[in-house]
Design a protein around this ligand. Structure first.
Ligand SMILES: Cc1ncc(COP(=O)(O)O)c(C=O)c1O
Length: 318
């Protein structure tokens, strides 16, 4: 197994200016080549603009764009006045400041240092970034089954060998996962908590024992897309693991509780050097200003229990 991609020394090298890094690995391309897209029948039809299919596609795209633009205008007026006061939705400018602002707000919300926070355009994108940046062909990853499908797909696209660990009774057996990580010298282990599609959460004590059992050099990725639906007292508090330097990264999203799946926004909590490294290799400014503003406005509204009733209406302004 190569030590290069996941070693702290390599993450630490990301603290150098990007141009000075000899060994930042290329992200693995997961998109179809442009020529393949251009030769797809629908695209050819659309580009000619004369076929019925092309006309339908163009009409649908236009309708979608108009609807999206109208929704965004409404959203910016109604839901983001707070965000627009602090960062402004400056569509013409790259979002460096807004990016930092959201990072700071997430840090405040999670009690993590801002340097341990990496925003991304959804957990899906962050999964891709992790795989592209850390995995090399021949590396092994452990994926319990059943679970969210993208872990295995993205790992395989990066060239890794996926060790699947079926759970016949649908309960996640963390002891078995740690043993498999040891046996296969895995570089990454993917844990979805609560798990999609079973909904089962990871118990505190099982999590602590698991972290102690994971072999050195193996990074645990904990996807907490649905953690907001677990009672606060039952959450494992992985921010503390990250702060304590345990080999864990946490993935969170604005798609579920905040209902912002269409804007694509998530974040990663992890070791400072790892975050810096991932930030250096991921697509720059991959979160757009509208999503950043929406995230900032959402964090200003404390998450509520999904069982709570409707929010009280605001008093009329005078
Ligand atoms: C477990 C899990 N993680 C991540 C995601 C995707 O999150 P995002 O919308 O932030 O990409 C989903 C989406 O359904 C999911 O089920």
């Amino acid at each position: 197994m190569s030590e290069r991609a996941a070693s702290p020394a390599t993450w630490a090298s990301a603290t150098q200016p990007l141009g000075a890094q000899p060994s930042v690995p290329k992200l693995h391309a997961s998109r179809a080549p442009t020529s393949a897209i251009a030769s797809a029948p629908e695209v050819r039809a659309t580009s000619r603009g004369s076929s019925r299919l092309g006309a339908i596609i163009q009409t649908e795209n236009m309708t979608q764009s108009i609807t999206a633009a109208a929704t965004m205008r409404t959203w910016l007026r109604v839901r983001a006045p707070r965000a627009s006061r602090t960062s402004d939705i400056l569509a013409w400018a790259y979002p460096a400041f807004a990016y930092g602002e959201l990072r700071a707000a997430i840090a405040a919300e999670t009690c993590a240092q801002a340097a341990k926070v990496l925003p991304g355009h959804g957990i899906q994108a962050l999964i891709g970034t992790l795989c592209g940046a850390l995995l090399e062909p021949g590396d092994r990853v452990v994926v319990p089954e059943p679970t969210y499908g993208l872990y295995a797909q993205a790992s395989a696209v990066a060239g890794a060998e996926v060790v699947r660990l079926p759970a016949p009774d649908l309960e996640l057996d963390l002891e078995a996962v740690a043993a498999a990580a040891e046996e296969h010298a895995a570089k990454l282990v993917w844990i979805c908590d609560p798990n999609n599609p079973t909904g089962s959460p990871v118990e505190h004590t099982a999590w602590r024992a698991f972290l102690d059992a994971v072999p050195p050099g193996c990074l645990v990725v904990a996807d907490e897309a649905y953690m907001d639906y677990v009672e606060p007292a039952d959450r494992p508090g992985r921010e503390a693991d990250v702060a304590a330097g345990r080999p864990v990264v946490v993935l969170r999203t604005f798609s579920k509780l905040f209902g912002l799946a269409g804007l694509r926004l998530g974040y990663l909590l992890g070791d400072t050097a790892l975050v810096r490294y991932l930030d250096a290799v991921q697509e720059p400014f991959n979160v757009n200003r509208a999503a950043l503003a929406a995230g900032l406005a959402s964090l200003g509204r404390p998450p509520r229990s999904p069982h709570a009733g409707p929010r009280p209406s605001r008093p009329a302004s005078t």
